[in-house]
Design a protein around this ligand. Structure first.
Ligand SMILES: NC(=O)c1ccc[n+]([C@@H]2O[C@H](COP(=O)([O-])OP(=O)(O)OC[C@H]3O[C@@H](n4cnc5c(N)ncnc54)[C@H](OP(=O)(O)O)[C@@H]3O)[C@@H](O)[C@H]2O)c1
Length: 244
């Protein structure tokens, strides 16, 4: 898979799955723009990738003004976007009965509203034949406790992807979903080891995922090798959704 001179935008590319995805695209020759809120984290990402092919932009996907800034930055570069990875997201775990309006709004503003309007504002800047990958989660099609609001945001992501795949097909733009299972990233730093081990034990492959394994799926779906794949939902979860 070769992405030489291809232009890639990854929201939430400063850590975890987004950062691993940025590294993989750069190794394959792409120019990559990553976003995130925290400028220190962006700087650390930049140092770790250490490539002139990487650009960073401080942009909060829950703010429409920041999304507009992202679109303006892309336009100012003068190149169309060949790959858009809508990855920025947060997770919060509460029983439905304990979920506050603030938690609900945080999840929806970032995972759904931010993703939707980033897609909207970048559509005019996509090249013909571009690839869009939306990062959902295995919880969008399962029923784990304490995932009510988060899982609902990811089901919304799946729905947005299906509509976008239909609406953008005339421009030969492919739209796919990658749905990770539990993956070892900063998002799960606070999860106690015994809980991670219990989750891993329930995975047919008996371990949790690595960010690079999710990145590989995103890169494949964005490549010419996936030229006839659009509207798909690819679970990257060690087989855990077999049991749903
Ligand atoms: N890790 C898992 O087990 C897992 C499983 C299934 C699905 N996912 C999904 O995979 C995606 C990436 O997760 P991850 O595990 O890599 O998370 P992570 O390690 O917490 O990294 C999240 C990235 O998104 C950025 N981000 C968060 N909120 C943002 C906002 N409002 N605007 C712009 N950037 C923002 C973060 O930077 P800042 O904080 O500096 O903004 C960071 O770069 C998410 O959509 C998540 O729901 C993860």
């Amino acid at each position: 898979m070769n992405f030489t001179n291809k232009n890639v935008v990854i929201t939430g590319g400063s850590a975890g799955i987004g950062l691993a995805t940025a590294k993989t695209f750069i190794e394959k020759g792409a120019n990559v723009l990553i976003t995130g809120r925290n400028t220190d984290t962006l700087q650390t990402a930049s140092v770790s990738i250490n490539s002139p092919k990487l650009k960073t932009l401080s942009s909060d996907t829950s703010k429409l003004t920041d999304i507009t800034l992202l679109a303006e930055t892309v336009a100012a570069n003068g190149n169309k976007v060949d790959v858009l990875v809508l990855n920025a997201g947060i997770a919060k775990q509460y029983l439905i009965e304990d979920t506050t309006e603030e938690v609900f709004d945080d999840l929806y503003n970032i995972n759904v509203k931010g993703l939707f309007f980033t897609l909207q504002k970048l559509i005019p800047h996509l090249s013909e034949g571009a690839s869009i990958v939306l990062i959902s989660s295995g919880v969008s099609v399962s029923g784990y406790a304490q995932m009510g609001a988060y899982a609902a945001t990811k089901s919304a992501v799946d729905a947005i992807a299906r509509t976008a795949a239909t609406e953008l097909a005339d421009r030969k733009i492919r739209v796919n979903v990658v749905a990770p299972g539990l993956t070892d990233t900063p998002m799960n730093q606070q999860t106690p080891a015994d809980i991670k081990n219990a989750i891993a034990a329930a995975v047919p492959l008996k371990r949790i995922g690595q960010a690079e394994e999710i990145a590989n799926a995103v890169v494949f779906l964005s490549s010419n090798e996936a030229s006839y794949i659009s509207g798909s939902y690819l679970a990257v979860d060690g087989g855990v959704t077999i049991r749903r």
